[in-house]
Design a protein. Sequence first.
Lengths: 142, 108
Amino acid sequence: MTTIELDFEIKHNDFDRAGSASSGLKNTLKQIGYPPDIIKRIVVSSYEAEMNVVVHASDGHLRAVITPDEVHVTVKDNGPGIENVEMAMKEGYSTAPERIRELGFGAGMGLPNIKKNTDELKVESFVPTGTTVDFIVRRSNG
Amino acid sequence: MKVSQIKEKLNLEYVVQSDNEAVSGYASDLLSVVMGKVKPQSVWLTVQTHKNIVAVAKMADISAIVICDGFSPDDDTVEAAQKENIPILKTDKGVFEIAGMLYESGIR
């Protein structure tokens, strides 16, 4: 298998298309025969990162680089950025608006779930220019 | 146990018919909590009805969504589940009661 690069657009506030990037990523990983437990860790993380953009940010992109050994995902948006990344990493801390919470989002588990499921995670955020969530899931560390 | 067997045992109604093997279960309406805690091949009990539950089910390898307490999935939820081949069932019974019945039937 050679390296596969994927690029998906993420639209802010578009709950109809929300999840389509992670869904596409999952289809590809399944096709090329990644193990199901590793796929789950990757796509749960990418879905959380994708939904963070849909709920909190602006338009963005999800890019994935797939090699036989690991999947490297970068989710980047154009703002407004996270005021306090340290707080956002804590379970239960959320700034989601009420109407979003009614849909079951905003549990304050997004970034903590990504942390739990990935081998490497980097969150870089600048107010107001935007956030980059960058993570790697390795196949060997299942 | 097959989802179709669970449907018969618990007298659930198919909204999107498909069959999968189910070995465990989980109940919550907070999507991230579900994705963080659910075991693969689980039956998910919820009262959420919007389309995003299908994405959650797909990402978390959920075997079936059971919408409890008499709620019905939105039309686009049904469409998405058909496309992804994820069974959706519904019931007038509450989450607590369905969870108890599932547990009794051997889904742990």
